[in-house]
Design a protein around this ligand. Sequence first.
Ligand SMILES: Nc1ncnc2c1ncn2[C@@H]1O[C@H](COP(=O)(O)OP(=O)(O)OP(=O)(O)O)[C@@H](O)[C@H]1O
Ligand SMILES: [Mg+2]
Ligand SMILES: [Mg+2]
Length: 541
Amino acid sequence: MQLQFKLPLKRWYRTAVPNLSEHRPLSKYKLKCGLEIHTQLDTRKKLFSQSTNDPFHSLERPNMHTSYFDIALPGTQPILNYEAVLYAIRLSLAIDAKVNLQSSFDRKHYFYGDQPMGYQITQHYRPFATGGQIKLNTDIDGVDDKNIRVIQLQLEQDTGKSVYKENEGLTLIDLNRSNVPLIEMVTHPDFTDVKQIRAFIKKYQNLVRHLNVSTGDLETGAMRVDVNLSVNDFARVELKNLPNTSSIINAIKFEFHRQVQIIEDGKGPELLLHPETRGWNGEATVKLRSKETTIDYRYMPDPELPVISLSPLAVEGVAKGLPPAPEDVIKKLMAAPYSLSLKDAKLLTIKGNSQDQMYTQPELLQFYVETFRCYLKDVKKSGDGKINYKLPTNWIIHELLGTLNKLQMPLKKVTVIMKPEKFSEFLMLIHRKEISNATGKLLLFHVVENLDLIKDKKTLDFASLIDEYDLGKISQIDDRELEKICQDIIVQIEDKKLIENIVSGKKKNSIKYLIGLGMRLSQGRISPQEFERMFKKLLGI
Ligand SMILES: Nc1ncnc2c1ncn2[C@@H]1O[C@H](COP(=O)(O)OP(=O)(O)OP(=O)(O)O)[C@@H](O)[C@H]1O
Ligand SMILES: [Mg+2]
Ligand SMILES: [Mg+2]
């Protein structure tokens, strides 16, 4: 029987879980955890059939992407999808696992409504890859350096989904997910702290996204984490059905305390003797069943699937096409000449959780790096030498991305017109102080907003845009003209007290308000320093 969680989703977040650090002499109680992480591969087709692999976009239309094999009609047979094999090689190599040139499929038997074959095809006797590791790193992952060893990776098929209609007393079965390719990655029980587990999940999630093998989302179930936990070498408890990071962390904390209490009460040898499987109801872990043993599953080689036999050349070929590890890219971006902050370097490298990003990380990274290169070249060419390393960062990572989000404009569309050389031309306008920052913002917004018009003209000419919209910075503004603007502002201001307070020195900073009015009036074409100088002169301070 599967446990049905009846709690509203919100309760996952509201639970009061004891704080590990508040507990008794913890040194007496050693936490040991190992993870089994299931990741759905983002292949076009399913693992053993020609059905579309799309378990989420069809939630309103259950059983839409199902072939005879996916619904287990007798007589249908599996045919392996090699795209899934390529993805599995990518992931295995990226975590330093040894890809086994010969691996094979086995049947793991158990009965479930959403598993109509009566068994799951997985790899038990000869897994896809063996060994490997993921290193947690203080600088990048925010936890003490720690090496988490991987036992193995196995290719397997996903099950269908049970949809419980409690009011009607019905359980519905949706087989859209049935036979979606999964990689189960199993770690050694190397974790000794929840912080390591949180960091590891994030890192592994980033990795599968970086390799483009999965969306890695926990919320949709594209990534599912089972935690095995034991205290002081008593039997392990397996925690399953943990839908998001906070339930994973809270369930671990709860379970640790539950086991510590049992040991303190002297009942460890009695209650923690046999492995069991527990779920999380939002407040406590609850027993689902005793842990199945290998014998229970009656593993047997699948007689319908031949051995996966890989040539070393195929593995080498995949290895050559692997992108550099996210960690290496981040380190490179944080070093000279880029000198980015960890936050900005991560933004260029690691996909965030948001679904509607206007860019992919490889697109953004490439644009940034190439623009940076053009900017260095342009500065050298211009002969004024002084490179402002922050300029590309500020204008690409902060300003451009903000503009894309505001206008819901994909980066891809922008970079067709604003190629790195063009963007560097734009940066040089600011670099040479031909336009102010405020004008730059207006100009960038204008260009992105009117991309289609610019496309017609086939050219993007900043100089003519500056002319056309009268955006040129009046840096050489004549003092009489500036004086007139400032004088008008002072005369027209209604709050006379404000002026008095500036003059008397009571509220010196209010001068910024006047400067702001001036900037708005001049649309940013006169620098704030010029305004400050003139206001001070006029007010005699
Ligand atoms: N003493 C222990 N304490 C905590 N975790 C442990 C301990 N011993 C083993 N583990 C962890 O238990 C997990 C075992 O996973 P594995 O997939 O090999 O088998 P399983 O859980 O029996 O099978 P299934 O795939 O059916 O869940 C590993 O992550 C391993 O690190
Ligand atoms: Mg397992
Ligand atoms: Mg398990």
